[in-house]
Design a protein around this ligand. Sequence first.
Ligand code: P6P
Length: 358
Amino acid sequence: MVDAQQTDAQEYGLDRDCTTLSRHVLQQLQNFSAEAQDLSALMNRIALAGKIIARRLSRAGLMEGVLGFTGDINVQGESVKKMDVYANDVFISVFKQSGLVCRLASEEMEKPYYIPENCPIGRYTLLYDPIDGSSNTDNNLSLGSIFAIRQQEGEDVDGTASDLLQSGRKQIAAGYILYGPSTMLVYSIGKGVHSFTLDPSLGEFILSDENIQIPNHGPVYSVNEGNFWQWDDSFREYIRYVHRTEGYTARYGGAMVGDIHRVLVQGGVFLYPGTIKQPEGKLRLLYESAPLAFLIEQAGGRASTGNQEILDVVPEKLHQRTPLIIGSKDDVALVESFIQKQAKEQSENMMERSRVPQ
Ligand code: P6P
């Protein structure tokens, strides 16, 4: 005799196993319009790309030609890993015949990839970082893919994709795939943040957490302290503060997706400030910081350059970089307070100097 409670649990379990990503998107939108169907299909293609990349990573150590460098330097001036190229090609292959997109803009490609005329063309653009944290590929550590979806605006007649040079508020969906002990896909279409875990036995991403909210404050600060003397003093002052204050813990994995996922779950802040050599910072705006900012804002957090909300920054070029402070709103505000304090002191010093008789 199966009791009612066991039946409920069984039904809940079955229902959850059937909550795939594409179904969840339609549930979120509560309609089956053409746009809703497109968004559901777009997320499904991203899930397919994630499954293909996860499969490659899980067997990388057993295969020839998967790990290591290609010997090329990409548009970012960084040495290219074989996984960077493979993952970039996966997204192109998955979307090329989808009829959903017209372009793909990637960290790995100087110019966007335009869907060939002999393929069905859609009205969306996928912006992505195919492998985030590729320095981790050869160490079997966590990696990520970051994605954002925007609608094409106007006609991209000169092939410069200038309509992409708009603020992150134009994103209609964004998220990341985290290749860790399990493969997770975390996304938002502007209706909260939801996570899915890949069930290899089903070959499906299954809903694992809905409406994720980031704590207003958390213990984690995630930054590469090896750059300490390269930063503006305001960031050094913030680090000195967390060093001497109880309740903070440093975590830095070298792959932003994993570090920001930890901040999303536990609370805290991830920061990649500008340095003397690179005042604009290392991270790219359109396909790294803006998608993550979209997601973290949807979870109740914040993302800032230090002086401006990331989602309000209007880029001047496709591969524009930005400083990034992202995570719990109280922790982002605390970092900003050190920047504002220093700016105030500098302004007062200048006023003082202007008052001293020459
Ligand atoms: P560093 C990976 O290349 C990346 O873009 C982020 O994923 C990561 O947080 C950062 O760069 C690591 O950079 O200078 O600390 O090695």
